[in-house]
Design a protein around this ligand. Sequence first.
Ligand code: SN0
Length: 314
Amino acid sequence: MENFFSIDDVTDLQELLQKALKVKADPLANSKLGKHRTLGLIFYNSSLRTRISSQKAAYNLGMDVITLNIGSDGWALESKDGVVMDQGTAEHIKDAAAVISEYVDVIGIRCFAGLKDREEDYLEGVLQNFIKHATVPIINLESSTLHPLQSLADLVTIETNKNKPKPKVVLTWAPHPRSLPQAVANSFVEWMKEADVELVITHPKGYDLSSKFSNGVTVEYDQNKAFEGADFIYAKNWSSYTSYGEILSKDTAWCVDESKMQLTNNAKFMHCLPVRRNVIVTDGVIDSENSLVIEQAGNRVVSIQTVLQEFLSK
Ligand code: SN0
């Protein structure tokens, strides 16, 4: 693995999953692997789980961590090639990526979608520029269109909680007051397509994900129907891909509540967090025995530690 930008960087998903399960079982098994090596974390946006789980995973491997919050304490970075930099950006990613590579051994970057220009977001300029100009591996900590560390944690969570070989996994859109990226949903779909699950996506009309991700996946516009027989309900809001970045619906009927969970096969509930309680999901569901959200967040240490190990043992 050269970088961890998307599932395309994973040569054997089953093998990676087995490695992740080993990390989960014994997180300190490789506590010296990262000695004298440093993980650099670059944040353009807020983070709770990603920041802390990345740091924890690095410590489990004996690494040091340096964090830079570009949004608040770094120079504004330019991501377009060949521009005359006489406006707001002070430094080009070309230079920043090469310089940061002098200081750290692996770089993790979070940079959310702007949700204004679809083409620009889906070109992934920031992450791709870092990949191009850094001389150390790059880890995607949620880019404009993808959140692969979340998906790997989700895969581990499903693997360790399923009670049949091929569970039915339903990704359901749910309402949200703000316009959110498609990243978590895109990645989840991309990873579940490669996993041993029956995947169904349900959302209101107008919320279809890019066909790059949803191709070959069953989309059911009737949420109740989609929930029938489900073993896992994965809730997430995303803004429209087709009417890019727009909120087309705030229909509270899509909130995951106890009566909808009754339609399932006693399904487990998942969400990547942060979650708007009683908008996306009712307290009754997220606080129930069937909720996996805390364990799922715990598995974020497992997912980044598995990826870091790949780079450190190269
Ligand atoms: C981000 C998203 O991509 O949807 C990060 C999820 C891991 N979520 C949010 O920005 C939610 C913010 C809010 O106001 O609820």
